[in-house]
Design a binder for this molecule. Structure first.
Ligand SMILES: [Mn+2]
Length: 358
């Protein structure tokens, strides 16, 4: 297996690439639309919300090549891009009037990724996105960590999808008028998802790109009135069965899967590694399960992470493993310190199970 680091858009620069290599990563995942605590003011709206802009130039072929080469100069392989920009495909998720036009954009992004020699595009087909898990001092030593608050679920304002605002005017008006996104049923969601998948997979195959689906975090059957796709592990079987294309794969988030109730996480990993469709892994630990859980340091939660790595290794998985989120360690660089800790731990655990490649 290979060790990678997921780098949030705002700090996707040479300094962070050097940090990644020094901390033991050989691969990186570029999180173009992911924020970072303490990020510059201009990308945030009131209440800490993030904006998403259409036709983000970071997805252009030239920018992707430039990023791939910059990573390579530091001895790193650019493994995956996460995720599609909400502003580029909101009507694919919402089945709105711009759906077909936005499918063209999504296809172009996949083509750009493939042409730039990047093997994977990670995505999360989710309307509500990641929501309702504020940072609390709940990890070891009072480290700030995402904790599921199970707070009252407010409906989704218009102009927002995936917990990001794509149209600030519409968003403000929606809040003023109390006019929200209509509830979305499981049936509607699966219809939208299968149309998306069947249309995008031939393009992905042609472009040499594997599309890797992240499960829904937090894993609830619905959130803010919108149905959610992979909120139980077995639902990944349905996803893989929808289309047998070799480009239809999983972005296997062990943290999110461990938050799901009524299942044994070790059996889940054993089952899915056998499908051969785990494209890459997000490794994270957790204490508790929905509706009451908190994210922890990698060696602090209820899951034996070394056992997970052994099951993956013995099941023949030899792809990239990245730390998922980690609690923030109280230094002047909380994100870097948390990630350096997770990377060191993962390398050591991989070595112990005979799975560390380099
Ligand atoms: Mn994840």
């Amino acid at each position: 297996m290979k060790v990678g680091l997921g780098i949030p858009g705002p700090i996707l620069n040479d300094e962070t690439l050097i940090f990644a290599r020094q901390a033991g990563a050989t691969h990186i995942v570029a999180h173009f639309v992911s924020g970072l605590l303490g990020e510059k003011e201009d990308t945030w709206l009131r209440g800490g919300l993030r904006r998403s802009y259409e036709n983000d130039p970071r997805y252009d072929y030239e920018s992707l090549v430039e990023l791939r080469d910059r990573a390579s100069e530091q001895g790193l392989t650019l493994e995956s891009i996460e995720n599609f920009a909400p502003a580029d495909w909101y009507d694919v998720l919402l089945d709105g009037p711009r759906r077909d036009e936005q499918m063209d954009r999504v296809k172009q992004v996949v083509r750009n990724v493939g042409r730039a020699g990047i093997p994977t595009m990670g995505y999360n087909f989710s309307i509500a996105g990641v929501w309702g898990r504020p940072h609390q001092p709940t990890a070891r030593g009072g480290a700030l960590s995402a904790t599921f608050a199970n707070s009252e679920q407010t409906p989704i304002p218009r102009g927002m999808v995936w917990n990001m605002v794509y149209d600030a005017e519409l968003y403000e008006r929606s809040l003023r008028n109390g006019d929200f996104v209509e509830p979305i049923s499981q049936e509607q969601l699966w219809d939208r998802y299968s149309r998306f998948l069947n249309e995008i997979l031939p393009v992905a195959e042609e472009s040499g790109v594997i599309l890797a689906l992240h499960p829904d975090d937090p894993p609830l059957p619905e959130l803010r009135g919108a149905a959610r796709l992979v909120h139980r592990a077995h639902i990944y079987d349905r996803v893989l069965g929808l289309n047998r294309s070799p480009s239809n794969a999983m972005e296997f988030c062990v943290g999110t899967l461990s938050e799901m109730p009524d299942q044994d996480i070790y059996e889940v990993v054993e089952h899915f590694v056998a499908t051969g469709r785990i494209q890459y892994v997000h490794l994270r630990n957790v204490q508790g399960r929905v509706p009451d859980y908190r994210e922890t340091f990698i060696d602090e939660g209820y899951v034996d992470m070394q056992r997970i790595l052994r099951i993956l290794h013995e099941g023949g998985f030899d792809g990239v493993v990245i730390p998922d989120h980690t609690p923030l360690i109280a230094t002047s660089s909380p994100w870097h310190t948390g990630m350096a800790y997770a990377l060191g731990w993962i390398r050591s655990a991989m070595k112990a199970v005979g799975a560390l490649e380099r």
